[in-house]
Design a protein around this ligand. Sequence first.
Ligand SMILES: O=c1ccn([C@@H]2O[C@H](COP(=O)(O)OP(=O)(O)O[C@H]3OC[C@@H](O)[C@H](O)[C@H]3O)[C@@H](O)[C@H]2O)c(=O)[nH]1
Length: 777
Amino acid sequence: MATANGNGVTTKPPPSSSPLRNSKYCQSNMRILVTGGAGFIGSHLVDQLMENEKNEVIVVDNFFTGSKDNLRRWIGHPRFELIRHDVTETFLAEVDRIYHLACPASPIFYKHNPVKTIKTNVIGTLNMLGLAKRVGARILLTSTSEVYGDPLEHPQTEEYWGNVNPIVTHFSASFVEINRGHYCDRDHPSLSNIRVAAPPYRSSPSYDGRPSIGSSFGSVSYDFPLGPTPSHPSQPSASPDLDPASVILVENCIRKKRSSEPETECIHFVDANDITDNEDFFEDETELIKLDSLCDLNPDLGVLVPLDLATLVHPDPNFIKDTPLDKVCLDDINLISKEADLTLNTLKLSSDDSDFIVSPNETTPNNSDLILNNSDVDNFELKVSQLDLLPKLDPDLINPKPIELRVITKHEPIENTYMSLEDSNLNLKDFEPNWNNEHSLVLSESILRVAPSDLHLTKCVFPNLAYLTIPCTDFNVRDSISPNFHVVPTATLDTLPRLLSPIPAGDSLGYVIMVKSDDPSSYHTPDSYILPATSLSFPVKDLPSPNWLTLLDHLTTPRRLSVTLAKTPHGDALSAKDVFMAPPIPVPLDMRPLCPLIWSCYDEGKRVAETLMFDYHRQHGIEIRIARIFNTYGPRMNIDDGRVVSNFIAQALRGEPLTVQLPGTQTRSFCYVSDMVDGLIRLMEGDNIGPINIGNPGEFTMIELAETVKELINPEVTVKRVENTPDDPRQRKPDITKAKTILGWEPKVSLRQGLPLMEEDFRQRLGLSESKVKAKF
Ligand SMILES: O=c1ccn([C@@H]2O[C@H](COP(=O)(O)OP(=O)(O)O[C@H]3OC[C@@H](O)[C@H](O)[C@H]3O)[C@@H](O)[C@H]2O)c(=O)[nH]1
């Protein structure tokens, strides 16, 4: 009888079972219903239950993913019954136990018909709870590790609420998350806690108190990878100023190592103030800073170099590498670049340089930008001597030689020529784009002045790679963190205006529409301009293929963004040409763009099922058990069900490349199916209602898994990196303390033991000869 449980909930007594049970003539057999019993885990569970002669087993299955084949040894057995039935329809049977497993579990199956997946979890679970209520049966739900989403707690305990979003795939990945997976390579564990601050982009003048793009990012550092810091407890503040002395450039701090790809390097900026506030967080780096920032961080990782704001160069050395060395970009993102000569670490401006140039010593009235008027050009040569940082970026620059730099200059504010200041709408009727003069700045500053609802994207050179970027400070997808932010779901080009319109024009900082060109030949031309991606980036249109990492590669290298056009309802056009996008800036993990894809049917379905279980338990006294099962593998998995272990084994046996989905460093914990079944039965027969994690805590990256499969099954196969979905959880590992202490359960079969067992099953089903490695086990 269920009374109190680990969750502190006192329950009603459960409904009593059938009077027949109490008859002295009643057979003592336990009648057990297994929904989804013809599936992979279900059929192994049936095997185990059937081994007990006191059990009668009834399987209901709609055979969507399950197969009679899995149960063939029991068909016809007097204690076994197989019924074709879909749990979304009511089912009546006199049973004592219900193992409710029915639900497609592989993404390709549960995405196939998301509504049906939800129905299976909601209506199916309701039906089974109704049955449990009527007959007084105890019911166990196999929930999933996916309820933890992309977990920020690792390993995951049952108390963890998860990092989830109900309207996305599993959740939605921001570029930060991808960045993290991408950069924080397991080869560099010391960097796993590196905090990356946004480069101190200088702002352009603010309008109506609304800072323009980039202005608020320079001073903001973010926990990287997780959560807020003491100095920045929640979100970046509106427009704090960065103390130049606090900026440190971590040079070459990460090398991406991909065998198939050229090695690339990245530079991250960190904020020294934050480091001292939170020394534990930084460890190595903090140490180095105390040593005047000049020690090696790690021979492989580069050095920490004190950096003055004025010496900021573009943070991506690839850009420099791919660019002729005499065309190094000294870039103040919000300002327009212009070329000048640098000789022996000094800049000399050419005679036609005009307007403004960057200087370390001056500020503009409206913000902390370091802008030097053209009249100060004479002094400029001296001031930029601090550019001695520059040679560090490339060995070829160690011996300074005359090189050309692009020095920041500023263009005429667009409103003077094209825009009515009184009118928030654009007034560009007579505007003829002048490709020589109109730049990203024009576009972004113009858009700042447009009521979001007035903005319509009308043309994209490459619509599939259009991005709407919105400064972090504009909104937040989690009101609980900051009520000042707004949720902005992913937009398509069609829905963009509608999605922007809920944001009050007055309290938003501005928007940039960036349209990426598909023309690689347009990259890296000398007269290019950089537009900051100092903001969240949203896919505006479905990508042609969801290769977000490839995409990230595009984004982390400045690329030319081709012609960008936006249009107001009045037909007025804004335009920009030769816009480059700088690498995206990490944003807090809780600032996730929403991405309305279709996969959350599974996770959310299981969450609702858990809720229903607990509600029936509390309201009706139903005896419930909830298992949160982690990745499980073993014989009888569908050969082509798309999950990683089955894929790798089938590929290895077929001699095909093992498809490691990028980044390959994502982890999973794989439980052999016999261990899983043992855990489920213990949970069902124990006293604790759960939820309890059932899974093997051995954690592997997908690369490690591929290598293991290769070693054990077919050393000849190659490993191929393939694209991944944007929402793939980066890590997953159960904390099984509860299972150990409450159920006395822990897995017995290691991955190296389990894989060959599964291999044998796959060989038979694929009609292949016996395994050569079998003898090892
Ligand atoms: O061929 C492949 C397939 C998958 N993968 C990767 O392997 C990892 C695991 O993917 P799987 O599809 O096997 O499983 P997932 O962990 O994503 O989801 C699963 O986990 C929890 C269960 O409840 C669900 O059954 C299922 O959704 C992912 O990171 C995926 O990107 C590959 O590297 N190559």
